[in-house]
Ligand binder design. Structure first.
Ligand code: ADP
Length: 205
């Protein structure tokens, strides 16, 4: 993997709305959204790799770092080959990775992190309820079981939240994740639109 990818990290607890905001951001010309959970779910469940990853995700546990980084690298490579991600002109919006400090260290050589959008919502019970209703709608097996959901929150607290401490505090924007998607998007763009303008050319000319 040659070069470094200019990236904004979408950060926040399970159910806080990273996926919704990532998709909205990904619809903007020049922005490419990449969610690690989607990458894992797109693996063939009958393959050895797909089966192994599912074993972890179905229990609310993180997939081992080496596997995660390798799967992510293969995905980026294929996106570059297909030209659905063009590092020289696209801002990468990474969602769900890095998920612990070891992953942040492993990704250091590949990423130039321009900003970290930390989506915050105070109400864990509200997020648990949201995950359960999403599970029913989207067929997310990992979110049908409340014990698994609660474990995912614990993993977030213990392993993922320390990732914020790995980066320069000046890169982090604390964003209130409560409200309609359009309102949250506006808050995110207050940071990210400026970063885009600073580092990229207008994709529409
Ligand atoms: P969430 O709803 O918590 O944002 P995701 O869709 O991002 O969940 O991820 C679903 C599952 O995929 C996780 O519970 C985990 O098992 C696995 N996963 C996703 N990203 C990573 C990662 N960076 N490292 C390890 N495991 C991951």
């Amino acid at each position: 993997m040659a070069g470094r990818y200019r990236t904004v990290l979408l950060f926040g607890a399970p159910g806080v709305g990273k996926g919704t905001q990532g998709k909205l951001l990904g619809a903007i010309p020049g922005f490419v959204h990449m969610a690690s959970g989607d990458i894992f779910r797109s693996l063939d469940p009958r393959s050895e790799l797909g089966r192994k990853c599912h074993q972890y995700s179905s229990q609310g546990l993180l997939v081992p770092d080496e596997v995660t980084i390798a799967v992510w690298q293969a995905h980026v490579k294929s996106r570059i080959e297909k030209e659905t991600y063009r590092p020289e002109v696209d801002l990468l919006i990474l969602d769900g990775i890095p998920r612990n400090v070891a992953q942040a260290e492993a990704l250091e050589q590949h990423l130039t992190v321009l900003a970290i959008v930390h989506l915050k919502a105070p109400d864990v019970d509200g997020m648990v309820a949201r995950l359960k209703s999403r599970a029913a709608k989207e067929g997310r097996q990992d979110d049908t079981d409340e014990t698994v959901i609660r474990r995912r929150f614990k993993v977030y607290q213990d392993e993922t939240s320390p990732v914020l401490g790995h980066y320069d505090a000046a890169l982090i924007s604390e964003i209130d994740a409560i409200g309609p998607p359009a309102a949250v998007l506006l808050r995110i763009l207050e940071t990210v639109a400026g970063i885009y303008t600073e580092h990229f050319h207008n994709p529409l000319g």
